[in-house]
Design a protein around this ligand. Structure first.
Ligand code: F6P
Length: 323
């Protein structure tokens, strides 16, 4: 392996820069030339490929976002798009790729490697923590802490005004962000796509609390269930318990930004090194991850199609702690 390229694709996540930095410095350490592809697959197709060295990634480990920028590309979903991307990589004599991103990124990477044979190792970069093959994804810890900070502040005003807040957090189709937010934020209820709690059950729990003279409530709603989002659930609750003063807060993209936590800097660095050394050792079509504190490489088709299950004991914790 003489020349590799690294890119970030899909939603950005805090810690991606730590990962890019580790990829670049590991390559330099082993005497491999390294390039950065700007704007994910979009930039790959256009040939936005720049040479990187150790100094290119100085003063980046603590920064949020991604210095390589990110994008979602429709053109890469077509055979012609992937052909153009391959031509650009061939022009630069790239013989290995590190793809930092989530499910969509790895779906593209798997297809691309099958068609054109450039060995690719993935790094799990998404706030959603929804990837099979790693206990945590890069950016998840920061996103949860950012959301918790917001929830703590909402709690102050919820308590002052005796209100019930429905707080929507990100996570795409998964409740991984919602669960620690509910436990750490002292929520009464958590609604996640995996368990599909009914609005009736939410109403029952709030009514019971209200009768017991509880005056303020926090309900964490994961964004994944479109029918039962924070706004629709809050409206149904208001109709059923009119005396409850309800409010909705959607935390939104603030969860994607900010300086990465120590855990995300460490994970990003660990995975970045593992991705390059994996490529050097002949790994390809796999994602590097950490499971039970050990480095593992999981085939892309497993990370994409296997569901990472939510530990049911966390749901029980929310129930016990909100009694
Ligand atoms: O995958 C990360 C994520 O932030 C999800 O939690 C969310 O559903 C989605 O990306 C939002 O995407 P966009 O930034 O394109 O609106």
């Amino acid at each position: 392996m003489k020349r590799i390229a690294v890119f970030t694709s899909g939603g950005d996540s805090p810690g991606m820069n730590a990962c890019i930095r580790a990829v670049v410095r590991t390559a330099v350490y082993h005497g491999i030339e390294v390039y950065g592809i700007m704007r994910g697959y979009k930039g790959m197709i256009k040939g936005e490929i720049v040479k990187l060295d150790s100094a290119s990634v100085s003063n980046t480990v603590q920064k949020g976002g991604t210095l390589l920028k990110s994008a979602r590309s429709q053109t890469f979903m077509t055979k012609e798009g992937r052909q153009q991307a391959f031509d650009q990589l061939s022009n630069h004599k790239i013989d290995g790729l590190v793809a930092i991103g989530g499910n969509g990124t790895f779906t593209g990477a798997m297809l691309f490697e099958q068609e054109f044979g450039i060995p690719t190792v993935g790094a799990p970069g998404t706030i959603d923590n929804d990837l099979y093959g790693t206990d945590y994804t890069i950016g998840y810890d920061t996103a949860v802490n950012t959301a918790l900070e917001a929830i703590d502040k909402i709690r102050d005003t919820a308590d002052s005004h005796d209100r019930c807040f429905f707080i929507e957090v990100m996570g795409r189709d998964s409740g991984y962000i919602a669960i620690p937010c509910a436990i750490g934020g002292g929520a009464e209820i958590v609604m996640i796509p995996e368990t599909q709690m009914s609005t009736e059950a939410v109403i029952d729990t709030l009514r019971t609390g209200w009768k017991r003279s509880k005056t303020s409530f926090i309900v964490i709603v994961a964004e994944g269930d479109e029918e039962n989002n924070a706004t629709t659930v809050a409206a149904k609750v208001k109709e059923a318990i009119p005396e409850l003063d309800t409010r909705v807060t959607i935390i939104g993209h603030v969860q994607r930004g900010g300086s990465p936590t120590a855990a995300d800097r460490l994970l990003g660095s660990q995975i970045g090194i593992a991705a390059v050394e994996g490529l050097m050792n002949g790994m390809h079509n796999v994602m590097a991850g950490i499971v039970d504190r050990k480095l593992v490489y999981t085939p892309f088709h497993e990370t994409i199609y296997k569901k990472k299950l939510i530990n049911q004991s966390f749901m029980r914790m929310v129930e016990i702690l909100s009694v």
